[in-house]
Design a protein around this ligand. Structure first.
Ligand SMILES: Nc1ncnc2c1ncn2[C@@H]1O[C@H](COP(=O)(O)OP(=O)(O)O)[C@@H](O)[C@H]1O
Ligand SMILES: [Mg+2]
Length: 206
């Protein structure tokens, strides 16, 4: 389990997160909803170590806690490398950051390419992919690091309405592998349909 206790965060005078208490479980999908500007993205950037916080605790209670690799993020804008192929996008972090042998990295990437229905697209570049395919490459790249928890920032926002259920099914697949799935969405219907738990963040202005 990943626990957030009394988390506080301000940007200058602007208080964004106030005494936030949350729990995320592995094997589950937890949805985080709330109006634009309430601090949803800030919260997951903090969870992933990309942003500092002022006070409170973030505790990974799992026995197989793997330090900075415990949690990953699929960015809202995906952040694929445009000059790399699908395959290279997935293996590059493994080889660069994890110092994995290229042969092993390719094997792992192939499994994920299969799982996410990207077979045949290994040599494609970002501009040759649809929005849904791009997103699945970003998901494969994040999953390749084998995080215990994986955060998604608005995974349905850039996609056609009809692709929402594809995303939901991918989230379920990721959770079924024992990962904790943390999803920011402003789509309440989607949150209800696929969330095991829903948190609604509120504006902290007073
Ligand atoms: N790096 C930053 N510096 C200053 N203010 C920021 C920064 N990041 C976010 N904010 C502010 O914090 C608030 C919450 O932003 P954000 O977490 O992006 O909200 P949400 O994702 O819920 O729309 C907004 O008012 C935003 O302008
Ligand atoms: Mg946001």
């Amino acid at each position: 389990m990943l626990k957030v206790e009394n988390l506080n965060k301000s940007f200058g005078e602007k208080r964004v997160l106030r005494n936030l208490n949350l729990e995320f479980e592995r094997g589950n999908i937890t949805m985080i909803t709330g109006e634009s500007g309430v601090g949803k993205t800030t919260l997951i950037r903090i969870l992933c170590g990309l942003e500092t916080y002022d006070s409170g605790k973030i505790i990974f209670l799992d026995e197989d806690n793997r330090g900075e690799n415990s949690i990953g993020l699929v960015f809202q804008n995906l952040n694929l490398f445009p000059h790399f192929t699908v395959m290279k996008n997935i293996i590059y972090p493994l080889i660069k950051a994890k110092k994995m042998e290229k042969r092993k990295a390719i094997l792992r990437a192939k499994e994920l390419i299969d799982m996410l229905g990207l077979s045949g697209l290994e040599d494609h570049y970002e501009y040759q992919l649809s929005g849904g395919q791009r997103q699945r490459v970003a998901i494969a790249r994040a999953l390749a690091m084998e995080p215990n928890y994986l955060c998604f920032d608005e995974p349905t926002s850039a996609l056609d309405y009809k692709l929402r259920d594809n995303v939901g099914k991918i989230l379920q697949k990721v959770a079924s592998k024992g990962r904790g799935v943390i999803v920011i969405t402003h789509d309440r219907e989607f949150a209800k349909k696929y969330g095991d738990k829903i948190y609604e963040l509120k504006n902290t202005d007073n």
